[in-house]
Design a protein around this ligand. Structure first.
Ligand SMILES: NC(=O)c1ccc[n+]([C@@H]2O[C@H](COP(=O)([O-])OP(=O)(O)OC[C@H]3O[C@@H](n4cnc5c(N)ncnc54)[C@H](O)[C@@H]3O)[C@@H](O)[C@H]2O)c1
Ligand SMILES: [Zn+2]
Length: 357
């Protein structure tokens, strides 16, 4: 069973990537007497709930429905779920299973982090983005009116159970959006993963089980290693932000309505590749390889109306900027990066302009 160990100060746990893992959920839940609360959304439950229900048969468990969507990823939703948990007899020995996309993983994880000052959570991600990114690492939280993910907690899961077969029902655009985070993992840490995305595009897009297993497992391995080395994003974990500096600017500039997060990261990676080349870190052919691979997993929503100057202005306000200095994760080759700050504004503008062309 392909499994990757995450070691943090709070917890040591396994991130399992295996077809059929969902059916084995019960094996990973301690104490058979503990009540299990499955946080999920209606759509995911309709598609895959029966597998979870049969996996939990014989146990005491409840389903907690969450309406879904970024607009509902709020403290008020966590409060409502916590109230429901109490009314269903939840206590300090209960276990939360966060079964859904990244929103459910973040919100369910946060619920577990604060319910009765903390109960265990099992992360069961069902989107590609959540499987390769959100479910591993223990970051949980909710949005405020003032911005995304501005409240939250680190709460490492008991186990992360990833079953690639649930991705067959994922809408095409959501699937492609997740692929950009896979490409990111290749660029920052794994040339074989990058080559898989470059050379096996038809199998990847056809959701061939072998291709999915390979790309998800390799992404989870990388994320697990990075998180183990740097649990709270002090240094190394920043490499996971490759493509995210300009990507966040694309999202914010279009009020989070035009691009899915992964799509914005795809565009941000193009800008990062240009900037890596313009600052002399990356050779032109490798830069072109990155641009080509990203474009091969498009199409992207229109870039109409987006101005270089407006994106540039947003970088300075990014929450990841430290003391007003914008930090960029730049590629030095496929599989290696470095963090750079204080880059010439003209080069940043040129990298953005090249992305918009
Ligand atoms: N904690 C972290 O480290 C981390 C990392 C990356 C992203 N995130 C968070 O993840 C969220 C985005 O996650 P997402 O992209 O998964 O979006 P999402 O959770 O909204 O899921 C996308 C849509 O797909 C549906 N869906 C989920 N699984 C499905 C399946 N198997 N078949 C069919 N439909 C399915 C969902 O109900 C939803 O409508 C953001 O809130 C972001 O902040 C967190
Ligand atoms: Zn991301």
């Amino acid at each position: 069973m392909p499994s990757f160990t995450v070691v943090t100060t709070a917890q040591r746990y396994e991130a399992i990537v295996e077809t059929g893992a969902l059916a084995r959920l019960s094996e990973f839940l301690p104490s058979p007497a503990a009540k299990v609360f499955v946080v999920t959304t209606e759509d995911v439950w309709q598609l895959h709930g029966s597998t979870v229900a049969s996996a939990l048969s014989g146990r005491s468990w409840h389903r907690l429905l969450f309406p879904g969507g970024e607009a509902r990823k709020r403290l008020s939703s966590v409060e409502a779920l916590a109230e429901e948990m109490v009314s269903l007899g939840g206590d300090r020995s209960s276990i939360v299973v966060a079964f859904g996309g990244g929103i459910v993983n973040d919100l369910g994880g946060f619920l577990a982090a604060i319910f009765m000052r903390g109960v265990p959570v099992v992360q069961v991600p069902t989107t590609l983005l959540a499987q390769v990114d959100a479910a591993v690492g223990g970051k949980t939280g909710a949005n405020l009116t003032s911005g995304k993910n501005l409240v939250g907690a680190f709460h490492q899961p008991l186990v992360v159970l990833t079953d690639p077969s649930v991705l067959h029902t994922l809408p095409e655009r959501e699937y492609r959006a997740g692929l950009f985070e896979v490409i990111k993992h290749g660029i920052i840490a794994s040339e074989p993963l990058f080559r898989l995305m470059q050379l096996e595009r038809p199998s990847v897009l056809a959701r061939d089980p072998a291709a999915m297993q390979q790309m998800i497992a390799e992404s989870v391995r990388i994320k697990s290693e990075v998180v183990s080395a740097d649990e709270k994003e002090g240094g190394l974990r920043r490499i996971l932000n490759f493509g995210h500096t300009v990507g966040h600017a694309f999202e914010a500039e279009t009020s989070y309505t035009r691009f899915l997060h992964g799509e914005a990261v795809g565009l941000g990676m193009k800008a990062a590749a240009h900037l890596s080349r313009l600052t002399g870190r990356l050779d032109a052919p490798t830069c072109q390889d990155i641009l080509d691979v990203v474009d091969a997993y498009g199409p992207f929503p229109t870039l109409d109306g987006i101005q270089t100057e407006n994106l540039f202005a947003r970088l300075v306000n990014d929450k990841k900027s430290i003391l007003g200095r914008v930090h960029f994760v730049l590629a030095t080759r496929i599989g290696a990066t470095e963090v750079a700050a204080g880059l010439a504004p003209e080069l940043i503008r040129e990298a953005i302009a090249s992305t918009l062309r």
